[in-house]
Design a protein around this ligand. Structure first.
Ligand code: SF4
Length: 266
């Protein structure tokens, strides 16, 4: 996975890989995608749950004081930079395929949003920056907000993931960019090795580095935390650090991407 791409004007975006498209098509919910953007319906079925226990619609609705249904469909784009190598990674390719300004992203978002509204009569109210590690490009969050507001979409929520390693690795402090209206951040704690290192990291990151960065996000009403498939010790430490109320436990889901990667076909 590639390193940070420097630009003051544009955000690097990855095209959706062919294998990932297989998983998108198999998912239930709204199936719609183009080269760079896709729609994701997070909660599905009678139980209104996500296979990986993603709680983002609940978290966003809670912050906005709105209805979960209004935040269950996201339009997602993926940034290429990621310093981790999670074995359960759902992305089959992360490359810098196109650079788009915040204004260009919003034009595309609006076009897709209008299309879904016209064909399905559903409002999509979440623009989701996914990784890679989209928090590497946190300086664009206020610019995206401005571009959304300029297009009469102040009600649209900017939702992004964050790995809490951005300052350690890149000297980027995403927490400086999150105090903007209708912005919700999911800080995701990934798998660690028994010796306290991020075992799948492409960089030398210690567990302590992650907790130092986590401290910058604690107590903010528009931030919540997730932890995925780590051992009990690390889950407990996350719980005591960020509090149980603000922490979601995620499950690993094996997608076609993972199966093909395991078979050496990716
Ligand atoms: S942090 Fe996300 S994009 Fe990066 S390797 Fe892990 S699952 Fe994949």
């Amino acid at each position: 996975m590639i390193d940070i791409i420097e630009s003051d004007e544009s955000i690097p975006i990855s095209a959706i890989g062919n294998t990932q498209i297989t998983d998108i098509v198999r998912s239930k919910g709204i199936i719609w995608y183009n080269k760079y953007f896709r729609v994701c319906t997070v909660l599905k079925g009678d139980n209104y749950q996500a296979l990986n226990c993603d709680q983002s619609p609940y978290r966003i609705a809670n912050y906005i004081n709105g209805n979960i249904e209004d935040y269950n469909n996201h339009i997602i784009f993926q940034t290429p930079t990621c310093p981790l190598k999670c074995p359960y990674c759902y992305v089959d390719r992360l490359q810098n395929d196109i650079m788009m300004t915040p204004e260009e992203i919003i034009v595309e978002f609006k076009r897709l949003r209008n299309r879904i509204k016209k064909t399905l009569n559903i409002d999509i109210n979440v623009l989701h920056m996914m990784g890679g590690d989209p928090a590497v490009y946190a300086k664009f969050w206020p610019k995206i907000r401005k571009a959304l507001d300029a297009c009469n979409m102040s009600n649209v929520v900017i939702f992004s993931d964050c790995l809490m390693v951005e300052d350690t690795i890149y000297g980027i402090k995403p927490w400086e960019y999150i105090d903007i209206p209708n912005m919700v951040l999911s800080c995701n704690f990934k798998t660690v090795s028994p010796n306290g290192k991020y075992i799948y990291s492409t960089k030398d990151i210690t567990l302590e580095d992650v907790f130092v960065e986590a401290a910058h996000y604690i107590g903010r009403s528009n931030v919540y935390f997730t932890v995925i498939n780590t051992d009990e010790i690390h889950v407990n430490r996350m719980m005591s650090t960020v509090g149980t109320k603000n922490l979601d436990l995620l499950k690993i889901v094996l997608y076609t991407v993972n199966k093909r990667r395991a078979e050496g076909r990716l």
